[in-house]
Design a binder for this molecule. Structure first.
Ligand code: JFZ
Length: 419
């Protein structure tokens, strides 16, 4: 799974029939995430299924989405192949409830995305709601009477056959993003994991397969672990509140907040899986595009400090003004605030060279002991003028000024605090 560890940044796509009501059904607005509208308003399956007749997302442009992800510096894409609503967003032979068979659109957007990803050299994974299926009478539903269902039948007749399709019809699949296992047993989760690995041994399995059987863990939306974890982890996150498109949700995160999150997550060794929700016409909300484009401007000059980095040993201080990332022989100091100069205490590695990552400008440095006898790095901006240095970095320095410190040693070493 080295590719996944190196990628650090991915694009999540939540897209399904829920993009049509987009947060409002029969005059009623939902307060919850838009892809839950069928459950939240208890819309009967046959009624909800009528949405398919209006689904004709002519604006969906797989190539443009892949390019958006690439420009933002993302290394993989994960798209909903079937969310809890039960509707297959791909050409599935084992159900009639699919975008190809039951909509006027009649095309397979996932095939188009898979082809675009292959052309652009970006990995593609599929979200698949393995336990919840609100359309299938034997699929689980949160807060419903699940014990009465014949889940075995659903597993054998829908879930496993559909997974088999996804893993045999679209070329190499990077990962299956399972979700909300609810009361699935460990054996059932294991059965799905085994099926994935049998069909594509290199395909990763997300943590929400249940019973700790994932190759990595997913946290809750924007929950970032404070301390190192046993398993690799990823933070799935939205750009506003909802995953699926909600016409009323305008609480967009600022690009600066997204960039800060990315750095914080990567500095702690995690991945950031950032979501877009195309609307009912297939269009990606303009705000989402704008945010991702700005993240791309940061990544343009600073990608080396994000992609392919690994978590450093835990630095003993909370810097407040920034974060550290690194790779063999290099430490990247991410400076997010105004600072006359940059000082790091308790770092003992030997400096070779210090420069601004995005333009290569060298910075003066000093390696010494403080009056207290602590190892210390001091680094100065050219002419002691951070603002002028920031201006020379252009868009790459707007939020974060990344200082690259080349060191003699492979691994940076921090002195523990001993007082
Ligand atoms: C789930 C889905 O129900 C939701 O629609 C969306 O697909 C999201 C990515 O995943 O919601 C969850 C599931 C688990 C947590 C948070 C949201 N969690 O563990 O904190």
């Amino acid at each position: 799974m080295q590719w996944w560890l190196d990628a650090k940044f991915g694009l999540f796509i939540h897209w399904g029939l829920y993009a049509l009501p987009a947060g409002e059904y029969k005059g009623r607005k939902t307060n919850n995430i838009a892809e839950w509208i069928m459950h939240d308003f208890q819309i009967p399956p046959q009624e909800y299924a009528q949405l398919a007749k209006q689904f004709n997302p002519q604006q969906f442009d797989a190539k443009a989405i892949v390019q958006l992800a690439k420009k933002a510096g993302m290394g993989y894409i994960v798209i909903t192949s079937k969310h809890h609503e039960g509707f297959a967003m791909y050409d599935s032979a084992c159900s009639d409830y699919t975008i190809v068979k039951s909509t006027p659109y009649g095309r397979d957007p996932i095939r188009e995305l898979a082809m675009a990803c292959q052309q652009e050299g970006i990995r593609l994974g599929f979200y698949y709601s393995q336990a919840q299926d609100w359309y299938d009478e034997n699929g689980y539903e949160q807060d419903a009477d699940n014990e009465a269902k014949n889940f075995r039948k659903y597993l054998d007749e829908k879930c496993k056959p559909q997974l088999r399709e996804l893993l045999t019809q679209y070329g190499p699949v990077a990962l299956i993003w399972f979700d909300t296992p609810l009361i699935m047993t460990a054996d059932e989760s294991k059965e799905l994991r085994d099926l994935v690995k049998e069909l594509q041994p290199d395909c990763l399995v997300s943590g929400r397969i249940g019973s700790g059987l994932g190759d990595y863990a997913s946290t809750g939306d924007n929950f970032i672990p404070l301390l190192p974890t046993k398993k690799p982890w990823e933070v799935p996150a939205t750009l506003n509140h909802t995953w699926g498109f909600n016409q009323f949700d305008t609480a967009w995160k600022q690009p600066e907040a997204v960039i800060r999150n990315l750095i914080k997550i990567v500095s702690r060794g995690g991945n950031y899986l950032l979501n877009i929700g195309p609307d009912g016409s297939g269009r990606v909300p303009e705000e989402s595009c704008r945010i991702l484009e700005e993240v791309g401007e940061f990544m343009q000059g600073n990608e080396e400090s994000i992609v392919g980095t690994k978590a450093l040993p835990v630095y003993p201080y909370d810097l407040g003004w920034g974060y550290l990332t690194g790779r063999s022989g290099k430490v990247y100091i991410h400076v997010l605030e105004e600072k006359p100069m940059v000082q790091l205490l308790n770092v003992c590695s030997t400096i070779k060279k210090v420069y601004l990552l995005a333009n290569g400008e060298e910075l003066a440095f000093e390696q010494r002991e403080t009056c207290e006898g602590d190892a210390c790095w001091n680094i100065w901006w050219p002419n002691d003028d951070q603002e002028a240095a920031r201006a020379r970095l252009g868009a790459a320095g707007k939020v974060d000024m990344v200082i690259c410190v080349e060191i003699e040693e492979e691994e940076v070493e921090f002195e523990p605090i001993d007082f």
